[in-house]
Design a protein around this ligand. Structure first.
Ligand code: NI
Length: 262
């Protein structure tokens, strides 16, 4: 089985002592491809270093994370744009709205998110959307923008069946991670009503490790635990989950050429 971790931040300090080993452990577990969402100007260099070290496995994305939207957001956005002109990236993100940590820059967050939607359209790349405590705001913005060509992922999706319908209706896939393995989460019900064609897997490493590693550092090699949970909830084989989610991710990120090279 081949899996894809569509959202991992293993370029962060938490992996300074064993980053290459973490990639090798992932490959050992069938997690052959990893997509790296950027955070802000401070994370670009480490993300690109890792992408260059594992060119067939680690693929960078470019964007500005909502919790990094501060007074200097214009400079940060300019940097995102200049990087997009310099080399190949595979998605726009991580972007979106975060009203959990801080609401001070909500207006700026919306401006920056809308700008990145335009970039995703201009570069024909998927948009990786962070929706922490901001589901309604994100839906309002996407409906307002109203671009049928826009595609992407609702990262760390944990919403209701109705919200899943709304997101997939807008052409977005649902990113499933460790949260779906936690006790009493509503995805155990929601997932029964969502077709496999809308699902992709992700870790958000080093955050949100799945059971039995909950509370510890997360890493891409744990992706099969998420796949097993999806299989259990939908009462199908894990091979079917692996096949569908991997195909979905290859299509979404345009990885066909990368896969063919191997
Ligand atoms: Ni993330």
């Amino acid at each position: 089985m081949i899996f894809i971790d569509t959202h991992t931040h293993i370029y962060l300090d938490e992996f300074d002592s064993d980053r290459s080993e973490a990639v090798e452990r992932a490959k050992q577990n069938g997690v052959r491809y990893m997509l790296l969402p950027n955070i802000d100007s401070t994370s670009v260099d480490d993300m690109l270093t890792l992408s260059d070290e594992f060119p067939g496995n680690c693929f960078p994305m470019m964007g500005l994370h909502p919790t990094s939207v501060k007074e200097n957001y214009r400079e940060e956005l300019a940097l995102v744009e200049s990087w997009l002109q310099k080399r190949k990236f595979f998605g726009i993100g991580e972007c979106g709205i975060d009203l959990y940590w801080d609401k001070t820059f909500f207006k700026e967050q919306e401006y920056v998110f809308r700008h990145q939607i335009e970039l995703a359209l201009a570069y024909d790349m998927p948009l990786i959307v962070h929706i922490r405590d901001s589901y309604n705001e994100v839906i309002r913005i996407l409906k307002d923008v109203n671009k049928p060509d826009l595609r992407g992922i609702f990262h760390c999706f944990s919403g209701s069946t109705e919200q899943a319908r709304q997101a997939t209706g807008l052409g977005f896939s649902l990113g499933l991670g460790g949260v779906i393995t936690f006790k009493n989460n509503r995805m155990q019900e929601t997932l029964k009503h969502v077709d496999l064609k809308h699902l992709v897997l992700e870790t958000d490493a080093p955050f949100l490790a799945p059971v039995p590693y909950r509370g510890k550092r997360n890493e891409p090699s744990y992706i099969p635990l998420v796949a097993e949970k999806v299989a259990e909830i939908k009462n199908i084989g894990v091979e079917e989950v692996a096949k569908a989610t991997t195909e979905n991710a290859i299509r979404l990120f345009g990885l066909q050429d990368e896969v063919r090279k191997q």
